[in-house]
Write a protein that binds this ligand. Structure first.
Ligand SMILES: [Zn+2]
Length: 457
């Protein structure tokens, strides 16, 4: 172990060089090209990472640009999977520096993809290198799988598992420590209604994705200064940040909340829910009123009749992500529901259909089962041991509403790389990684590999 630690001590510079190389590639999914199913940049990110792994002396494979892998140890024997991804979400607004020119600020490197997920993947690769260079004999295969469409459709893993064996067990360093052994189920619903003449609302167009909590929402209304005053008074009475003013063609109401991710609504404020509640207070009717009544600003699904919780997973969460309403298209809205492991998605759909009472048509757009790995499994125990040995921090398992590639493995958990006190800027502007943090992750992963795959485990 001393030798392993010494080798890792020397990895700071190679780590920085590697993440700089990877972060300079804007690997946002784009239109597929021959040999580059997710566009040229994702292809390049995979090529560069596989070339780096090859230069470290590993056996690498490319699955036609969909995914790649890096293998060591006893190839073919009970592979331990480590699943990460090289694609990134679009940069978005609000960056202080170029998101695809890694910006070094002391211990931090700012760039899109730094913490999600290129930094963690580099840490896993260097952990494998450290185990190899320390000459620790392995009784199993250790396999780092590099996906290229995690942020979109996961068609990379579908292709990978069609073209080779997917490991049965392993972890995904694409979230946080300690071990996330429970991922809630997810249910994406769309709601539809025909347009009905409505004395108040002309049109509402808010949100683009089910899983984003809208931070801003606006509506165009029929009315004048009198209506604007009424809305402002109602908003003040409800304590919601909604402001209205007369504009050309009516009144514009603007709601300001706090944006967030549907899986983690604590701390966010749904601007769309706020807007509907205020409009309801000034006489909103029809299907929009139903939406205001059964969802509004709630995240727990209580008025929808679907609130539930279990000890392992925590509570159900529900987000109103999109609302489109106008004379041409009628009403279209979406709900993103993350449900506890003991809950049935068919019962949820039935309950919410009943709560909506015919005012809106309910369609299930997609559904993913919950995922759970026993906290006393060998996998979880070994990962928690490795984490505790390196950091001295508490050995506990946690649940999440988010989904990671851990779900692609029969026995998979999310593990790293954010530490309990780290700021989480995944998918946000000015995302960064901590070099010290990743060095710690290299130690944790190397320890975990030795425990799970080493001859002396
Ligand atoms: Zn990720």
């Amino acid at each position: 172990m001393d030798k392993l630690n010494q080798i890792i001590d020397g990895m700071r510079e190679p780590l920085i060089a590697m993440v700089d190389r990877w972060l300079s590639i804007p690997s946002v999914r784009a239109e597929g090209k021959p040999g580059a199913p997710f566009g040229y940049e994702c292809r390049m990110a995979l090529d560069v990472a596989l070339k780096d792994a090859e230069a470290l002396g590993f056996d690498v494979r490319d699955f036609d640009g969909y995914a790649g892998d890096v293998r060591m140890g006893a190839i073919g024997v009970e592979p331990l999977g480590i699943l990460g991804h090289l694609d990134v979400v679009p940069a978005g607004d609000g960056w202080k520096t170029d998101p695809f020119v890694p910006f070094h600020d002391g211990d931090r490197i700012h760039a899109r993809g730094s913490s999600d997920d290129k930094g963690p993947v580099a840490a896993a690769l260097l952990a494998m290198k450290a185990v190899k260079d320390a000459g620790i004999p392995l009784r199993r295969e250790v396999r780092l799988i590099l996906g290229c469409s995690e942020e979109t459709a996961w068609d990379d893993m579908a292709y990978y598992s069609e073209h080779c064996d997917m490991p049965r067990t392993g972890f995904s360093p694409d979230a946080s420590y300690p071990v996330i052994n429970t991922e809630k189920g997810s249910l994406q619903i769309s709601l539809h209604a025909d347009y009905e003449e409505n004395g108040l609302v002309k049109e509402i167009h808010v949100g683009e994705r089910h899983n984003v909590i809208p931070g801003e929402a606006s509506a165009l209304l029929r009315g004048d200064n009198f209506l604007a005053d009424k809305i402002n008074a109602a908003a003040a009475g409800l304590g919601l940040d909604v402001k209205a003013e007369a504009v050309d063609g009516g009144v514009k109401a603007v709601s300001v909340g706090i944006p967030g991710h549907a899986a983690y609504p604590e701390g966010a404020k749904n601007a769309l829910g706020q807007l509907l509640k205020v409009l309801r207070a000034v006489g909103l009717t029809g299907a929009l009123a139903t939406l205001a009544d059964v969802v509004g600003t709630e995240y727990n699904g209580e008025s929808l009749g679907i609130a539930c919780s279990d000890k392992t997973s925590g509570p159900l969460t529900c987000n109103l992500g999109i609302l489109q309403y106008d004379a041409e298209k009628g009403l279209y809205a979406t709900l993103d529901i993350r449900y506890p492991i003991l809950c049935s998605h068919t019962a949820l759909t039935a309950a919410l259909t009943a709560a909506i009472g015919g005012a809106l048509r309910v369609n299930v757009d997609s559904q993913t089962d919950p995922h759970h790995v026993a906290p006393n499994s060998q996998l979880v125990s070994a990962l928690l041991d490795a984490y505790h040995v390196v950091t001295g921090l508490e050995r506990i398992c946690v649940a999440t509403g988010g989904g990671t590639y851990a779900k692609c493995l029969e026995e998979g958990v999310a593990f790293g790389c954010a530490f309990p006190d780290d700021e989480d800027l995944a998918h946000q502007a000015n995302e960064y990684l901590s070099i010290d943090g990743l060095m710690k992750s290299i130690r944790i992963f190397a320890n975990a590999i030795v425990k799970l795959a080493g001859v002396q485990g």
